[in-house]
Design a protein around this ligand. Structure first.
Ligand code: APR
Ligand code: PHB
Length: 390
């Protein structure tokens, strides 16, 4: 088999790149180790920056998003009983974010790919990117017990944090930067109207909490838990009781409990691998970097990587220029590190750290009060939350 670009991984990064390439007339094959149902079963964040919305439009996968996505002009930060609204629209000259689940983004991209007549090879085993240092990369894999090889011009490593692509790079060619936080987020999805019409992030004595949503009828809630906690030990009652104790009273009174459709604990991590290109292998999305979910940057960073990578590949095939491919890693990392900073900062502002002293807590309070009192400070939060320019 031969194609122009082999994409490894059919998460949002791989599907988005595949769809953009197909529409630009660039041949591509997507290899995914899991089944389509498994990929669609993963519940993840759901706040889209405008750049992501624009890319989905360019990929021809934005019809449901336009119909069902909720445009949000602000969000609130609770601090004990106090609350402060970040007026995203007012502070950024009109920018907003769109609340729309990543699971839906994935489903829309899958159907767009299907309609375009391109398929994903699911349940591909032992996927191995090879020879990407030279001019002729090959990707081998097994499917239904048979071995295959695809020759290609480029490999896009869109295979997430645990994928094979980053691991295929000689370790001396990689620099890794990491912070693991000593807590996780216990998340619950429930078919009940959201507690508030905008997202509420809360710092409380008992730890962080977040009230989010997927639609006017479906809510997504999180509470910070210690890293050793198990989701099975949290009944729905225990979860909602804890959530209500962590958010300002007016929000707590509006939280509608229900039977959890999904309940799981996600660890919090900051991670960056540098560089993001090795010869003809390009890493994008979670394969190259992870942010803690505070700030909702994970999916949006995957989108900016794909923006840069797609533009670079199109330039290569259409204009015969490799300038974009040469610049890819540097360009993507510049934006990645700014989102890492923002996610790390928001995590630090809103969580209880096990070792945190009275001094640290006073610092969080001072930071919150500065935010409430300074337009410059809240503008900084707003411009990062809606997404820095590409
Ligand atoms: N071979 C083939 N596919 C693989 C392999 C492999 N060896 N390893 C992993 N994959 C697949 C996974 O099964 C997954 O479907 O790669 C896909 C990677 O998808 P994601 O983890 O969703 O990563 P990405 O597409 O970059 O999306 C980034 O997802 O985790 C969130 O916060 C993150 O929102 C961000 C977004
Ligand atoms: C979510 O809705 O799942 C969500 C929203 C905002 C975040 C993280 C997660 O910062």
């Amino acid at each position: 088999m031969r194609t122009q670009v082999v994409i490894i991984g059919a998460g949002p990064s791989g599907l988005l790149l595949g769809q953009l390439l197909t529409r630009a007339g660039i041949d591509n094959v997507i290899l995914e180790q899991r089944s389509a149902d498994y990929v669609l079963g993963r519940i993840r964040a759901g706040v889209l920056e405008q750049g992501m919305v624009d890319l989905l439009a360019e990929a021809g996968a934005d019809a449901r998003l336009r119909e069902l996505g909720l445009v949000h002009e602000g969000f609130s930060i609770g601090f004990g009983e106090r609350s402060f609204r970040i007026d995203l629209k007012g502070l950024t000259a009109g920018k907003t974010v769109t609340v729309y689940g990543q699971t839906e983004v994935t489903a829309d991209l899958m159907s767009a790919r299907h309609e375009a007549g391109s398929e994903v090879i699911y349940a591909a085993e032992d996927v191995s990117p090879m020879d990407f240092d030279g001019g002729h990369p090959i990707v081998s894999f097994r499917k239904d017990g048979k071995g295959y090889e695809i020759r290609c011009d480029f490999i896009a490593g869109c295979d997430g944090f645990h994928g094979v692509c980053r691991r295929s790079v000689p370790s001396k060619a990689l620099s890794l930067f990491e912070r693991i936080y000593p807590f996780g987020w216990l998340g619950v999805l429930v078919d009940q109207p959201p507690a508030a019409h905008e997202l509420v992030y809360a710092n409380s004595e008992r730890g962080f909490a977040l009230c989010s949503m997927r639609s006017p009828k479906r809510s997504r809630y999180y509470v910070q838990v210690s890293a050793s906690e198990r989701a099975e030990d949290w009944s729905d009652d225990r979860f909602f009781d804890e959530l209500r104790r962590r958010v300002p009273k007016d929000v707590a009174d509006s939280v509608r409990a229900g039977a959890a459709i999904e309940k799981s604990i996600a660890p919090l991590r900051s991670f960056v691998a540098e560089p993001m290109r090795f010869g003809r292998l390009f890493l994008a999305g979670d394969a190259a970097h992870i942010v803690p979910p505070t700030g909702a940057k994970g999916l949006n960073l995957a989108a900016s990587d794909i923006r840069y990578l797609f533009d670079a590949l199109r330039e290569h095939y259409r204009d015969g220029s490799d300038a974009g491919l040469e610049a890819y890693s540097k360009r993507a990392l510049a934006r990645v590190w700014k989102a890492e900073r923002f996610s790390w900062w928001m995590t630090g502002l809103l969580h209880r750290f096990p070792e945190s002293s009275g001094f640290d807590q006073r610092m969080q309070l001072a930071e919150f009060e500065y935010l409430c009192a300074s337009r410059a400070a809240s503008m900084s939060v707003a411009e990062n939350y809606v997404g820095l320019p590409y």
